[in-house]
Design a protein around this ligand. Structure first.
Ligand code: 9MR
Length: 380
């Protein structure tokens, strides 16, 4: 009997010490920038406000854990590469539908919507579209491409980035008065009409699909002004455009908050919806962008607690701005799944770390619903 009491007492002491030790670990981890792993998921927290998306060529090549992460946290997926003209339509009579079909099927099985990306772009588009042909041939190839792809997934893909990145970078006060279109192969082949034509063909193939113009850095400066000139033309000409995609590849050191706030209102004033289509915010400081300098190849330097905090703050401010415009915003999509599944790997840009754990930014985004960051939501 007394032996039993001693054993129980020993267990109690051990249990106390273990709890104390683990509390200490959690506390000291917190100081290291470790994030709370519980609490509502981002897609549930933002339900009925906007769709929350991730980019990726799912499901092939993803682990079971990663697929679970997608199911739990996101309600819309953008194929990162597999539906772009180059991969899906490498030559005039060759289509590679295996990955796009698998993605659409997996998303349907998991009740996840799909946003198609992208029909017309200057990059990842093979030369055959423009070879040995006049304007009529290039127009026919554009139409065939769009009708086949959009038609195949009619009713299964919610919307499309119809034209991607048509506006030149940079600019000045003169170009700001013009559309300042990039001299892309499509521009050379068809002139500025390629843009309304692409929207027309996409709309004919799926009248219910929500059609987007998508671009980066269009929230600020002369490029923003040019985007307004272009979009005004499209709206005036009755082009079936539904929304504008602000890509959102930013960095904690210089997120143009005020410009973003204004740009969303500007696009809404044209009667267009807005989505944040490729969101990622890299961290500043020494741990941003260091792809293994002085480290074994491929190894990435970890972010500091301070950097993670700054990133969480940046994401919270951004979501406060998005919430301010919630009636105009359809969707916020992250460009990738985790810091391992990102085109900016090494710069820690997303809300899950490389081991699929929530980063401080995750809770900050959910928390922005209850506690908006006021400095980011000042009225215009
Ligand atoms: O994330 C995509 C990357 O895997 C590709 O190599 C790259 C090819 O250009 O495209 C990346 O995605 C881009 C998107 O399609 C359009 N906006 C910019 C994105 C990042 O480069």
């Amino acid at each position: 009997m007394s032996h039993r009491i001693v054993t129980l007492a020993a267990w109690a002491v051990l249990a106390y010490l273990t709890t104390a030790a683990s509390a200490q670990t959690t506390d000291s981890k917190k100081d290291d920038g470790a994030a709370n792993q519980s609490g509502p998921t981002i897609k549930d927290a933002y339900k009925g406000i906007f769709l929350i998306g991730a980019a990726g060529d799912l499901p092939g090549g993803y682990s079971a854990d990663e697929l679970d992460l997608v199911r739990q946290n996101f309600n819309i997926v953008t194929p990162e590469n597999c539906m772009k003209p180059g991969p899906v339509h490498p030559s005039e009579n060759t289509w590679r539908f295996e990955r796009p079909d698998a993605l659409v099927k997996w998303c349907a099985e998991n009740h996840i919507a799909v946003h198609g990306h992208t029909l017309v772009w200057h990059a990842q588009t093979n030369n055959w579209f423009f070879r040995d042909g006049d304007k009529a041939v290039a127009t026919r190839r554009l139409k065939d491409h769009i009708s086949t792809l959009v038609g195949r997934y009619k009713g299964k893909i919610r919307g499309w980035d119809v034209v991607n990145e048509a506006i030149k970078d940079g600019g000045n006060s003169e170009t700001a008065k013009t559309e300042n279109l990039r001299n892309s192969p499509w521009m050379k082949a068809l002139g500025p009409d390629y843009i309304p034509l692409a929207f027309k063909f996409a709309h004919e193939a799926d009248p219910d699909a929500k059609l987007y113009y998508n671009d980066y850095n269009i929230e600020a400066g002369p490029k923003h002004e040019s985007s307004m000139v272009l979009l005004r033309r499209l709206v005036k000409d009755g082009v079936p455009i539904y929304g504008v995609g602000i890509q959102g590849h930013w960095n904690t050191a210089r997120v143009p908050y005020e410009a973003i706030d204004r740009a969303i209102a500007d696009y809404a004033s044209l009667g267009l919806k807005v989505s944040i289509t490729e969101l990622d915010v890299t961290i500043r400081g020494a741990s941003g962008g260091q792809l293994g300098r002085g480290r074994p190849r491929g190894e990435v330097s970890p972010p500091s607690a301070e950097d993670l905090k700054a990133q969480a703050n940046a994401y919270a401010k951004l979501f406060t701005i998005f919430l301010k415009h919630k009636s105009q915003i359809e969707r916020v999509t992250f460009w990738g799944l985790s810091d391992r599944r990102s085109w900016r790997r090494g710069q820690h840009p997303l809300i899950f770390d490389a081991a699929n754990h929530r980063k401080p930014a995750y809770a900050a985004i959910v928390d922005a619903l209850q506690h908006p960051k006021p400095e980011a939501a000042t009225p215009r």
